[in-house]
Design a protein around this ligand. Sequence first.
Ligand SMILES: Cc1ncc(C[n+]2csc(CCOP(=O)(O)OP(=O)(O)O)c2C)c(N)n1
Length: 621
Amino acid sequence: MFLEKIDNPAYLKTLALDELKILAEEMRAYLLSVLSEHPGHFAPNFGTVELAIALHTVFDTPRDKLIWDIGHQAYPHKLLTGRREAFPTLRQSGGISGFLSRAESEYDVFGAGHSSTSIAAALGIATARDVTNENYKVVAIIGDGGLTGGMAFEALNTAGDFKKDMVVILNDNQMSISATVGAFSKHFHKLTSSRHYNFLRSGAKELMNLISSDAKDIASKIEGALKPGTLFEEFGFRYFGPLDGNDLGALVPVLTGIRDLSGPILLHLVTEKGRGYPPAVADPVGFYSVSGPFDLKTGKTTKPKPPIATYTGVFSRTLIELAKQDSRIVGVTAAMPGGTGLDKFADAFPSRCFDIGLAEQCAVTFAAGLATQGMRPVTAIYSTFLQRSYDQVLHDVCIQNLPVIFAIDRAGLVGADGPTHHGVFDLAYLRSMPNMVVMAPKDEDELQHMVKTALVYENGPIAFRYPRGNGVGVKMAEKPKALPIGKAEIVREGDDVLVIAIGNRVQPALESAQTLADSGISASVINARFVKPLDTALILPLAQRIGKVITVEDGVLMGGFGSAVLEALAADGITDVQVTTLGIPDEFIAHGDTSQLYAMCECDAPAIVRAALDFCPCLVR
Ligand SMILES: Cc1ncc(C[n+]2csc(CCOP(=O)(O)OP(=O)(O)O)c2C)c(N)n1
């Protein structure tokens, strides 16, 4: 066993090629044993085992800097950099992160979770190195999916100009989460299906023979052999490849060969997603990540499917039904057709669904363009990734008051994915934009009504945001109906305290009201439905009558829903109301179990009860 001896990458340098190959198998077995029990990213990591081994063998990490894009494929890197024993705590509260984190390890040179940042970060690091006259290598590792993001191109453009010594490794598996889209990926495909790649595959042995010769010589031979004339060369990079990135026997000498070359280098590797685990190779989309225990032999999940509909499923179904009646309705996704449920929409309306790649900025402005021509674009993006297109929402959509519909999935705390993925900023940043309407449903039935509301609203941009996972299990109305814009509803009446909740915090608010009732305190609960426009006509008189208000939201407190209520009270000159705002505090929330995180953030039902008791201790029976 080699894996159990690896506390840091130095040990790798003592291993022979055959031993490194055994290590690769041990790592896959370990990944499989952990990931078949614990949720996490699967197929991407099975494809990068050899790459992580080769990089840490050839480069002198952490002195040399490896910058992985996104980090969902960096589990093998974690296993080799002191986190093997902690690996079973992956993505759990207090355990190691599912992405990259500078706080977690000195080997995680640049934190990530969102895509397409690695080349820009590597360029910054290489520039700092040169300014301070230091001497280390810088390597960015980016997938063909990550490379569809605009920032990756911006960084390539700058790197080709700055001419820094740095290596960019393109980890090309022809997949994003789903198939990679775009003209660039077609370009890679052309390269990998060319005779040059076939030469290298069959030439792995020849490469082995070259190991004994001078390393630089190897690289130049490969470069000489393969001259397909790539876009990267136009960007000022020296291009090497394509090369089989799962072949350690080729990877180690080639990386050694290019390690000491100067200027910007691009090494194009072809890897296999799910490599070594046949069910994942056969279904890399299904095995992109795994969410619970599964049978090792078959890869089939052993977790029973809950009978309750997911929010994503309700959104997708409702959209498909409504799109049958209106041919102007189109779907837009940024590389997340499966996650957003737009894959089903694409099945139903293949010519009316558009995957833009990992390029949320482009997706939003593309949707704005569609809207100028009378289309009804439904832009389905996770809350956290919509952050990428803040200015496109503001500049291209809101300033022009274009009727783009934003379906914002994974809103609120998302649990195991952690701080890079919590969708807690959207309410605050969207409500500050003029013309934008912002809604959040209390349950999956209300979501279907909000989808309808958004589609009948043609006056400007409108957003509805909803959490990941299952709804609350309510009975669904047979047909979605449009809600009146800006109208909240009273879901429980009481006199002692008023709880105003939004989105997935309405259920905890109702639970807390029940608990309070058992203690002799009667609470009113409002389901606000709209963060903007806020239903001041309902909220303000009730707040004034009851005098004690608790707001609760699954978004950041600063500038969020509670702030909206406070602003409305202040604007109306209402000063004699006590207000407590519950929500996400001014800090980044770690990964962990979602309900524990809400408890930690003091915005679950017990926290509402505590806030109410603080207001009315004398009323408690
Ligand atoms: C800005 C942004 N949008 C969407 C995602 C969700 N996401 C995570 S991994 C991934 C696919 C990445 O594809 P690629 O870089 O080719 O890596 P692979 O999984 O194929 O190894 C996507 C869309 C993200 N992390 N960041």
